[in-house]
Write a protein that binds this ligand. Structure first.
Ligand SMILES: NC(=O)c1ccc[n+]([C@@H]2O[C@H](COP(=O)([O-])OP(=O)(O)OC[C@H]3O[C@@H](n4cnc5c(N)ncnc54)[C@H](OP(=O)(O)O)[C@@H]3O)[C@@H](O)[C@H]2O)c1
Length: 325
């Protein structure tokens, strides 16, 4: 029996973001009738008093915490203080309020960067805190680890049904296509699209950061939303049977070299651009592949292929991003 009913109040924090908007769509499609959302201007989650007042008024039955300050290597490197303090403030306020106002279930979204830089691949949930982090985003990673530990602590001290999902790299509708702050996949879709020439001229070259050798795993965001709602509907004992530490990786279980990803995006967009590598830029972690044994054991698997996901993301980019910028 799912602990969350179709008429329960489900607060999706960060519902306008890449992940939050996909979860909102998924909950609607699955017939949940009482989805609660607030934009940042309506409710700044870094403000504790406002968060408490919101919980006191609404008393949500379930919280999906998809609000956070998120960004690529450049953004993490430029704004480390914001990444650690904003994320710790947001998650502390929401998790504490969920305790104070007896929320039935809370799902905290972390990220694969919580795992040690040189941990054995694929990354198992129990390798957490067994080695040094990737320096380029350690502030964000430490904040996320604090969130995971808070969920564990509130379960241990108060028996709360709070647990964490660790998605791999996500992409899809509502992604960030700003070349200064985006992740690699949306950046490449935009670069190849903008390099395409008109009137028969040569497509311009596309420059990639680094050597192209790092391997990454990519999950289409609607698959992530499907996994989140699937986990939300699982009885607590099933969740903590496969994940005694309350951590579940969400991924595809296979990765791809950045150079291969660039070739795939080039072919999906039917581009003729030459690919150039700027090796003066950092590569980041050499490999980051999630071990998805636990979530597969619970009965969930990714469904949307990388090629299909890139096609859908490019279509969304053309119909939404380009038409609004
Ligand atoms: N993107 C990925 O590849 C990825 C991978 C793994 C894990 N995750 C995790 O997934 C979660 C969501 O990430 P995302 O990619 O969906 O990020 P996103 O697109 O940037 O969405 C984040 C959302 O949080 C909201 N937000 C940020 N600070 C807030 C505040 N102080 N008060 C209220 N709302 C606030 C933002 O509001 P505005 O719309 O007003 O800015 C935005 O809607 C994060 O926890 C992240 O760690 C993401």
């Amino acid at each position: 029996m799912s602990p969350i009913n179709k008429s329960d109040k489900i607060f999706v924090a960060g519902h306008r973001g890449l992940v939050g908007s996909a979860i909102y769509r998924q909950l609607q499609q699955k017939g949940y009738t009482n989805i609660v959302t607030r934009s940042r201007s309506e409710l700044d989650l870094s403000n504790q008093a406002n968060v408490d007042a919101f919980f006191d008024e609404i008393r949500p039955d379930c919280v999906i915490l998809a609000a956070a300050k998120v960004g690529g290597i450049l953004a993490n490197d430029t704004y480390p203080a914001d990444f650690i303090s904003d994320n710790i403030a947001i998650q502390t306020n929401v998790i504490r309020a969920a305790h104070s106002y007896n929320t039935k279930r809370l799902i905290f979204l972390g990220s694969s960067c919580i795992y040690p830089k040189l941990a054995e691949q694929p990354l198992r949930e129990d390798c957490l805190l067994t080695g040094p982090l990737e320096p380029t985003n350690e502030w964000y990673a430490v904040a996320k680890i604090a969130g995971i530990k808070m969920c564990q602590a509130y379960k241990k001290q108060h028996g709360h049904d709070f647990f964490s999902l660790m998605p791999t790299n996500l992409y899809g509708p509502n992604d960030n296509f700003d070349l200064k702050t985006s992740h690699v996949l949306p950046a490449l879709i935009r670069k190849f699209h903008e390099a395409k020439s008109s009137h028969g001229a040569e497509d311009a070259p596309v420059t990639l950061w680094g050597s192209g050798t790092p391997k990454r795993e990519f999950l289409y965001v609607d698959d992530m939303a499907d996994a989140t709602v699937f986990a939300m509907e699982q009885p607590s004992d099933k969740i903590f049977d496969v994940a005694p530490d309350g951590i579940l990786n969400i991924g595809v279980g296979e990765d791809i070299a950045i150079s291969e990803l660039a070739e795939l995006i080039k072919s999906v967009l039917n581009s003729k651009s030459e690919i150039v590598y700027d090796t003066s830029k950092p590569d980041g972690t050499p490999r980051k592949l999630m071990d998805v044994t636990r979530i597969n054991k619970l009965g969930w698997n990714a469904k949307i292929s990388l090629e299909e996901g890139i096609q859908r993301s490019h279509q969304w980019f053309c119909e939404n991003y380009l038409s609004t910028t």
